[in-house]
Ligand binder design. Sequence first.
Ligand SMILES: C[S@@+](CC[C@H](N)C(=O)[O-])C[C@H]1O[C@@H](n2cnc3c(N)ncnc32)[C@H](O)[C@@H]1O
Length: 237
Amino acid sequence: MDDELNALRRTRMRWNTPLSEPHADLLLDRMALDAGRLVDLGCGWGELLLRAAARAPGLRATGVDTDVTGLDRGRAVAASRGLAVDFAESDAATWDVPAERVFCIGAAHIFGSTTAALEAIAGVVRPSGRLLYGDGFWAAAPGPAAREIFGPDLLTLPDLLDAVAGAGWRVLHFSTADQLEWDDFESTSRAAWAEWLVAHPADPRAGEIREWLDRRLRQYVRDYRGVLGFTYLVLGR
Ligand SMILES: C[S@@+](CC[C@H](N)C(=O)[O-])C[C@H]1O[C@@H](n2cnc3c(N)ncnc32)[C@H](O)[C@@H]1O
């Protein structure tokens, strides 16, 4: 896919996770943001990080990601809102600057697995600090197609909570994405390309885009809607 369409792809997404505005506000409330360092490991374009920085101007906020397109979007939004948020192009798996508050949402794969992420991030969160951890789980028994898409490492919710406890974390807040959050996430992840396709049906790239959009919607509805869940945990230790 060319750079123009790649840059367009996620532009209709608020953030890259199934999360409504009120649910995001609730999570930020539960993070008790104040002063000190906040780091977002696998931040994407860092919309939640930017909102945290806007709420708590005393925070030193840093987003860490390897995707330059996302980082550039985050920097541009930070500048437009007058927010002093750093966006670092770096491997989050090796990030070792301790912080009072840490986000890791939809990014456990950076560390290899849920268990590995929970253990590694324990080394980044300062004592009495908090982690906002978002991760997928099997909400219902997956069929072969869902297993093929999401791999062998996803846990059930009880097993995920066992992994949390096993890594020494205490759950301060627990919630899961609801169906509307999922449907909106999937819709917005397709929207920019779907709108482009409607406007450019004869473009030489249209066939590839149409195939991707149709496959993604088919997979969602047939293979993982209601099967893949997503949980948000505020954790302390
Ligand atoms: C599902 S997205 C979640 C983004 C963001 N947390 C959010 O909620 O919008 C996962 C992110 O992990 C990033 N990522 C993948 N490997 C990485 C690595 N080794 N270090 C840092 N970020 C990485 C991807 O570029 C992507 O932005």
